[in-house]
Design a protein around this ligand. Sequence first.
Ligand SMILES: [Zn+2]
Length: 405
Amino acid sequence: MEVDTVAGVSSRAERKALDKAKIVQRENERNVFKVVTRIMKKAEEDRTEEETRTLLRNQDTVDELCKRHVRSSVLKRKQEEVCDESEELRSKVAQLAETVRQAQHLVVYTGAGISTAASIPDYRGPNGVWTQLQKGQAVCSSDLGKAEPTFTHMCIKMLHKENLVKHVVSQNCDGLHLRSGLPRHALSELHGNMFIEVCTSCTPAREYVRMFDVTERTSLHRHGTGRRCSHCAAELRDTIVHFGERGTLEQPLNWRGASEAAERADVILCLGSSLKVLKKYACLWSMNRPAKRRPKLFIVNLQWTPKDDLATLKINGKCDDVMNLLMKDLDIPIPLYNKAEDPIFDQATPLRLEEEHSHTRSLIAPPAGQEDCSPDTQDPATGKPLQGGWFGRGYSKGRKKKKAI
Ligand SMILES: [Zn+2]
């Protein structure tokens, strides 16, 4: 018993001494780091002999600090936004235009950078969607519903109409490609569409396009939107693929369309994507083909991407600027977004009366001149109050006028 106590005391004392020694050592290391960092900030010719000796004595610390410096400058360079000079941009776009003309099967990949002009936050900015994802928040912020197709969306839709673009693969869930008028079959929305909710109990899955962001109650592994299928009464779910999930819905993800397009592609044009997520989808890059037979890769992005080294051409510019030059080079008129022609007004399924208050998100405003949504609105034809909430009031009037034209 006595022996035990003595041993206990001694080991406690030893532990204490050991702990103290460790603390002192760490403190010393910290001081050395501080001193070495201060000396290294000085130009070599300004260092005293004593300082030079200190550096030699602490070569390990010097090496470690050099390594850290290289790492941080590489990281800084990758995050920097670079813009080509206008002359260089012009000549690069001319090269792109030639390729677009000659391509047999051009596929376009798009990311958040094509929507920033529509005031949608970039993916990796401080308020970007990426940052939200890392906090476990939903991909789509409520502001996304206010955005409209950008210049770039409209150009892509036109290039498809001219049969120059065969398929578009997007990681954006803002629904702007569809709203630009790009047909469904030519689009894969790999991370879903914030305006679409689906019933997976119906076969095939039944889709409901809405005029508001359906994702306000959904998050990682929680996809129920709170509304129900009007055919089978099962709960509807959003189509969003959250970070850390694997999307399995056939539509709007359309993986089959995306991989078939990639398989046939001879040119891939990446617009406004950091490619950090897209690079992980092996089937999009034809890596199974021998290197020489892989599609030509054109990348338009302000920041570094992990595919830059493999690119036939990297264009450092804003998507809208590049598309403007490209359309001029190709001599194709640039269509403007016209809200009255936005397909969402035709595709949207009206909410049932009892669902009217099932969301708090703002509606996509009806086309100009049709924005009267006051609850007392009467149908001009019958004089009777219109039913069905926003749908009956704003939407059907918009349709009537459109048909009259
Ligand atoms: Zn159903």
